[in-house]
Design a protein around this ligand. Structure first.
Ligand code: SF4
Ligand code: SF4
Length: 154
């Protein structure tokens, strides 16, 4: 009955790679709240969602195939590591080896960068790799702020 495209910070984003850094922000959340109120208003006016006109959402279907980079080493751990273990808690793939100086298990890593963001010592850093190149490319080519888009029936 409705759709929206909201902007979220890219998983690679940090102070070096400014890819939608700190989004959603206050303005985005105000738009999300307003979007929710519009949907609630629609629901209050109708008996059945089938009564609503179709929602037209631009885009392409079928989706493009994803790109596989293969498996390679992406993250280095510097001497600033103080063994706090927060990266292990943050990692969704259980791919950090505590017994090996918190090194990344490259075969399991999905390059989400959650461990880099979680590290209070900034001891986890992106190595030169296709992922770092992609982060640079996104920073250079996706720097302009984009606003959320909302799609309602009719
Ligand atoms: S990049 Fe993601 S998957 Fe890889 S080690 Fe860090 S948190 Fe785990
Ligand atoms: S979060 Fe950073 S400082 Fe803590 S164990 Fe992991 S790499 Fe070391």
């Amino acid at each position: 009955m409705a759709g929206a495209a909201f902007i979220g910070e890219h998983s690679f984003a940090n102070n070096e790679f400014l890819i939608a850094l700190n989004r959603p922000d206050k303005k985005d959340l105000e738009k999300a709240f307003s979007f929710g109120k519009k949907i609630a208003g629609l629901l209050n006016r109708i008996e059945n969602p089938a009564e609503l006109a179709p929602v037209n959402v631009p885009g392409n279907f079928p989706y493009k195939q994803g790109t596989s980079f293969g498996s390679f080493s992406v993250i280095d751990v510097t001497q600033d590591c103080d063994s706090c273990g927060l990266c292990i808690t943050a990692c969704p793939k259980n791919s950090i080896d505590e017994a090996n100086n918190y090194a990344t298990l490259d075969d399991h890593c999905i390059y989400c960068c959650a461990c880099i963001k979680a590290c209070p010592q900034q001891a986890r850093i992106l190595k030169n790799s296709p992922i770092k190149e992609k982060a640079k490319w996104l920073t250079e080519n996706c720097a302009l702020r984009k606003e959320p888009q909302i799609f309602l029936p009719g």
